[in-house]
Design a protein around this ligand. Sequence first.
Ligand code: ADP
Ligand code: MG
Length: 271
Amino acid sequence: MMHEQSAPVPQKPEVGSRESEDSSRKTASRVQSLAPSTQSPEPSHPVIELNGIDKIYRMGETTVNALVNVSLTINQGDFLAIMGSSGSGKSTLLNLLGCLDRPTKGDYKLEGQDVSNMNDDELSNARLRYIGFIFQSFNLLPHLSVLRNIELPLYYQGCSSEESKQRAKELAARVGLESRTKHRPTELSGGQCQRVAIARALANDPALILADEPTGNLDSKTGLEIMQLLETLNKQGKTIVMVTHETHIADYADRQIHMRDGQILPEVNQP
Ligand code: ADP
Ligand code: MG
């Protein structure tokens, strides 16, 4: 079952709320002047609740325990970095969070809904409704224009073409690409391609943005620009989970978890 809006219901703005003005002033200098889509002054709720998750890959005689008893809660508005060496289970965890795969054991609730036992169709509906993906290699369709690439998730949700075109234009402007909407990805820089991917990830106003090494294919200056954009989206209320192995990239997140041998190491509170 599909609904038009996947994100939490926008909250009533608190007119003249001094408290929120004061707390936002501290971060105002780091936030670009992008109009927020949804703001939620209400206490944040869990977007993700993982409880006792195992993921076992079976290949013939051998089994790999890719995730072992993983429990994790991610609240609305969190910006979480998943770190760990190669083979520690980061991608497996991200794939589960993104409803691309099912756990072998354990519970996964996404926006309060049990997704651990969903069938393939239900999983793909959940992806479309709740999740925006950003990949290291952008994963844009090369023969489609910037606007068409951004429109894709809206198309799959059955939005009318006029409506989705308008929304895609707004999103292109939101990531600073209003003058590039007719270009194809091959005519853009890596940083611009990642901006298109971010706009596409935002199209359905998902509750959760998942990013797998989003700066991995970018030079360091461009990578930082992309991180600033993600930081801005987070400040505007988007929940972001990002895999990275670079500490200066992970530092943009306000929570970091470290994985080893399929387990999450005890979390260290950040300032
Ligand atoms: P990371 O992303 O941290 O490098 P992965 O989640 O990709 O780690 O992998 C965790 C473990 O699971 C590794 O030992 C890997 O070889 C194994 N693995 C990952 N995907 C599969 C798969 N589709 N089939 C079998 N083993 C897999
Ligand atoms: Mg990986």
